[in-house]
Design a protein. Sequence first.
Length: 659
Amino acid sequence: MADNLFEANIPTPPAYDASSIEVLEGLEPVRRRPGMYIGGTDERALHHLAAEVLDNAMDEAVAGHATRIEVQLDIGNRLTIIDNGRGIPVDPHPKFPDKSALEVILSTLHSGGKFAGKAYATSGGLHGVGISVVNALSVDTVVEVARDRQLYRQRFSQGQTLGPLEHVGAAPNRRGTLVAFTPDAEIFADLQFKPARLHKLVRSKAYLFAGVEIRWKCAPELVAGTDVPAEAVFQFPGGLADHLREQIGGRECATADFFTGRQDFPGEAGRVEWAVAWPLWSDGSYSYYCNTIPTPDGGTHEQGLRQALVRGLRGFADLVGSKRAKDMTADDVTVGSELMLSVFIRDPQFQSQTKDRLTSVEAASLVEKAVRDHFDHFLSHNMDRGKALLGLVLDRMDERLRRKAEREVKRKTATSSRKLRLPGKLTDCASDDPAGTELFIVEGDSAGGSAKQARDRKTQAILPIRGKILNVASATSAKILANQEIADLILAMGCGTRKDCQPDALRYERIVIMTDADVDGAHIATLLMTFFFQEMPDIVRRGHLYLAQPPLYRLTVGAKSLYARDDAHRAELERTAFKGKKVEVARFKGLGEMNPGQLRETTMDPASRSLIRITLPQEYEERAAVKDLVDRLMGTNPAHRFAFIQENAARLDDEVIDA
């Protein structure tokens, strides 16, 4: 048997010798495998190039050498970033005497002034690949350096030096570094820098370091018809506190004062700055930074802040004699909060080159030490303020524990009385009989919280979903089954899907989609209707599916208030109900901004609300037409959506003109 094995006719493999071993030199590895350095070649990776150059300028500012940074986006996807810092060194490099330090930095991986810590106490660029990667992935890069009242310039393309460092001449009124680059279309295809995204990045950097002034400029053609200004100057003396005040706006919070502060540590230990607010109705947002670098996945500095907050609140609970806080978790304290944290530390460690998560162990203790004493004072200095925050967090804790206890509930259905496992986010109704019951599918946790208070507990159940669910029309069956939001929906219905769907087993008489009265809300409602059309068509056909009609405006004259669904309805009410009187108009940004009484009166109370029933036609031909429309608008082929827009754009314009 062995002889037969060795005598088998095995094809000769291709030659594999020393000539097969390829050695990539210079910046060629970056162009071959850009994902290793910037995480991919998508829009996020493209904007990572801008962040790398801006971070270098910010490092100069944080180190105390620059006070001004300019960011300019021009036609042709050309981005220019200028600082008035020390300027990249231009003298010959000791290790490469035939090259300037500038050329080495731009054309060599793992080169820079941030390894030994001599040039920067804290910095965001630590791997020495940032600006060289930008150079490698750009079709045209120009660097100008003004040092010692002299101006120097060098050009590069796709990582290659196009010529020697050029001495341009005297520059008596200028200092610092200019980097202008155009991303290579061979790498990023037709992707373009987004002015809104860059504008937001620039603004956030100004918040992160109060001493710097950042000037923003964009070609007017690129921002026409948008909210992004063509020019702006950002400088925020209050740092993160200013950022938080702008983000909160007029929203009501558990405490009128925000918890903000800054702690500098002696020597080179670092600096911590934070700003936290607890809005009453919010899904929350969390922004973490290290050395001005965004770390969207958090990390050790986030852990330190969470520990400081939960331990501080537990200590305050002991102080006021509350025995319930023993079950409190960090999630109870931070969920729904608007939280910002910025740390400056020496030699930070990140999970990857894209720096999405901080892993420096010492950051956790540094942040907890900085925040804890300040938080203890924040709570105890004003006892009413501390008790208000403690009450909010304990309510959230109670809700979490209640959901945990109700994970397994017993509900009778038309076909079964067995124990059902329901999604943890579902707040169920008390009635065991499906007749007369309603399930509200609500956009976001904040709207879900308001809906829970507004509902009729006996007959109305609430299931919050997080933003836009999966588009089932363009997803595989495996992806649909693996999606948690979809799984929660299917579990809550209790009737199965597709060929296993049993309409008689539906646990509620009405399923009501309740989303914000804006474009995003309409998109979420469309995705949900697509889900029911594809996965549970019999539920739709039997008339169980509805759309809620929340108002967009509240119109008030004196003691009289009316609600308007949209702009047309608002104009009609102003003309007919108020007859030209001066009307105070309040616009609801979302369901979460409505108090429970308003939400019940306008959208959930059967006596005063209006619903739209979603149905399917009975005739085969009409059903086929509906399926064709869903496939065109929600399917995998974008050309069908584009054709639909072209076919219907003129009709929309006519309707707008008529209105």
